[in-house]
Design a binder for this molecule. Sequence first.
Ligand code: CMC
Length: 427
Amino acid sequence: MSEIAKLELNGKTYEFPVTEGTEKEKAIDISKLRDLTGYITMDQGYKNTGSCYSNITFLDGELGILKYRGYTIEELAEKSNFLEVSYLLIFGKLPSKTELEKFENGIRKYSLVHEEMKNIIDGFPKTAHPMGVLASLTSALTAFNPKSVNANNESEMFEAVCKTMSKFLVIATWTYRKNKGYPLNYYDNTKNYVENFMQLMFSLPTGPYKIDPVVVSALDKLFILHADHEQNCSTSTVRIVGSSHAGLFASISAGVSALWGPLHGGANQAVLEMLEEIKDNGGDVAKYILKAKDKDDPFRLMGFGHRVYKNFDPRAKIIKKAADDVLDTLGIDDPILEIAKQLEKAALEDDYFKSRNLYPNVDFYSGIIYRALGIPTDMFTVMFAIGRLPGWIAQWKEMRLNKEPIGRPRQIYTGNVGLQYVDINQR
Ligand code: CMC
């Protein structure tokens, strides 16, 4: 028998159905609550509120489980690659060889970005943060690709997905090239997606550029680990913007802006800034551990703890290994990375962190890898955005196919009541 939730309010009893997901998560369906009672629920930050039914990603923060379309993140990171995972997220199943080839070729086909986009980039000051530039450029893509996508039309949707995957990668790297004053590179159709990221970022017209396969493999893993994380801040943003039937580029541009914040994607940049601060202040790791534990000190160890993962972050386990591989292969000797290792060791052995289940999260290690690859700190969140792109696309597509209603939360008004207008001369 299906469960029923009962609510007693002002002497009356109301019944609400309970819905259950395929991983046994349960929710009380209150969609009729206001109609029946005149009341709404209050849940700031939506920590107890499901906003949609979704087939894309499952995560269990208590058990440290993350799955895309039913496959564990561990298995995907070990056996798959970023484009295959992107296909899985967006189209719902692992591609056959032919389907994957079609996807890769589609991305190649649309990889040229309109030359006039360069005029827009030229309008930004060199000092502009790359995330701000990326959000604007993504939005500007709408102007060059004005045809709105019919999510129900498979070939239109496929074209839009390929366009977004390719053009977003190119403009993301252009935000860096512009900042460095380097010529803007083009996608190279002889290379794969992640290799293209490397050459778009780093190859110079003055000589050949060699792409290191260990680096490509670590980046590929990082992108897989970031590819989706169910209804987080930026993804919910993409869905809610798209729910007004705004286009794909416009919705993703909003997602980029949401991701930029230091409490979300901006944390990986904050990790490196913290490590730099520790180094500049003499490299005393123990002092910073004490600061993090001091309740009167606002300092927190960046890259430790997680909003939903309360035991460990499954992504961090995988990426720690990739970080070790990259540092070993590149033989990097960097005092910042040495501080990171000391900090990780000290925190993992400290009772304060152990008793609160505060482990390094994915951002702790991703920052270290990006640093080792020579990616500047202010590009870290752009890296996150490149990884998260297939997740945003998948969630936008699902929301449109499910014909979800426009997102419109309610509120409890707490402002003034019954004021009378006073003429400006009498105020
Ligand atoms: N350093 C020191 N103490 C901490 C930290 C930290 N990084 N994180 C939590 N605590 C303490 C906190 O003070 C509290 O102690 P007490 O029980 O004595 O009051 C306890 O641990 C529980 O913390 P909380 O604030 O209830 O945890 P939360 O779930 O509200 O916050 C968090 C999660 C991620 C915001 C927080 O751990 C944090 O600020 N971490 C650093 C920032 C960071 O790395 N963010 C990236 C998250 S992953 C990116 C993503 O997926 O978008």
